[in-house]
Write a protein that binds this ligand. Sequence first.
Ligand code: KIV
Ligand code: ZN
Length: 522
Amino acid sequence: MSQGSGSKDRVLIFDTTLRDGEQCPGATMTFEEKLEIADFLDLMGVDIIEAGFPIASEGDFEAVAAISRRVKNATVAGLSRAGAKDIDRAGEAVRHAVKPRIHTFISTSPVHMKYKLQKEPDAVLQLIIDSVSRARNLVPDVEWSAEDGTRTEHDFLCRCVEAAIRAGATTINVPDTVGYTTPDEYRALFEMLRSRVPNSDKAIFSVHCHNDLGMAVANSIAGVMGGARQIECTINGIGERAGNAALEEIVMALKTRGDVFPFETGIESTMLNRASKLVSAATSFPVQFNKAIVGRNAFAHESGIHQDGMLKNTQTYEIMTPESVGVSKTSLVMGKHSGRNAFRDKLKGLGYEVSDNQLEDAFVRFKALADRKKHIYDEDIEALIDENLATAEDRVKVVALTVIAGTMGPQSATLTLDIEGQHRTVQATGNGPVDATFNAIHQLIPHEAKLELYQVHAVTEGTDAQAEVSVRLAGGDGRLVTGRAADPDTLVSSAKAYIVALNKLTHARGAARGAVRVHSTH
Ligand code: KIV
Ligand code: ZN
């Protein structure tokens, strides 16, 4: 069992946002977005990054391989089923990682063995031994998971775990694949395994909980109380069906209630809010307003009684500070008279490290925004830095847009695009101004891509707030790309976001070019 500092046991955080998280319908991330998220998770102190499922597709393989090459501190894991081809592919993908891990799994519950695998328990046991041994020949760090572990018969689970450890597994994960267990039951399961499996002290036990009954975080922590020392989780709790246990909730529960949970993680908690935004932007999955830790309302106090209490002493209604998760309280920040140095300081305060060129570019856009918007809030600056920027390599850029909207249809859009250096203008009508704008894009650039998602949200409050638009397009080859843009004019940001996505589809971009936000200093 690993020891943390002082009297607390260290619990390893295994982030599976890029694998289980990405499995949730519609949460597909681009290659560049995956690299950006992996870099951020590494900086934030995640111990193990599950980068993908290499056999699933060429894209998954490439992403796991690229993440393996760039991650500096964390272990990089690739998932594989029990077959030889899967394992070899996972081994190949993580080969260049500083700390590579193969994570192999097979179902062990009666219902999964009978209907999904159509195999007898002894055949499954043999596959466990073969798969773990094969993986262990490729890398020294092998995790084995008993899929549907919480619905597995105890005697059989003990035999499987013992065999996996004997074959060389260094981590044993017992997932609650269908989100069925309860805290008491899950804790007892780990206590049972640790006392009954003779070689249980030779491996680290891991929890992996789905949230079908809303108990994923509670179950995960209960598993740790039962002796597990690795927690598998995702940013914002994204994942199959109702999702996985949320990383930010686990980290803050352990930190805030250290009095009852004597455990610590290596996560820099001031980066949690930023991680949430990054994943939300990449997946275009909004974070619910009342989401614990990272929801917009998580630190908002609305009622008079609460506000009064907060003014007297923040501890009346706050069990952790917003700053401890990277939320800044000072919202009103800058205006059109703010200079370059103040802007650089602001970015630093928000946790962004920018090069001189990036600063220059962001400053020009900040000034343009300040000309149009009276109050510039932290969120405006974040949106400014985070949007996918047009770059010199982009074939197409938005030059001008005029839209006629209102009750007297048809709504129309006159759009000018710069297409490979040539300005071209067209007018189109549509069922509403957004439809008209997208029809105009279609006329200027005929394409097959299908619009999979169109999402708008206001960056701040007020009618002059910037509208941040996400557009997800599916190319003919099934490739999904997301474009994002922010502007006080919703239709301008819609056009820009669409064009960003289209540019992404038409040519592969290099690695994430945006500023890397390393730390929130609040
Ligand atoms: O939920 C699950 O069982 C999984 C395994 C593949 C680890 O995600
Ligand atoms: Zn899972």
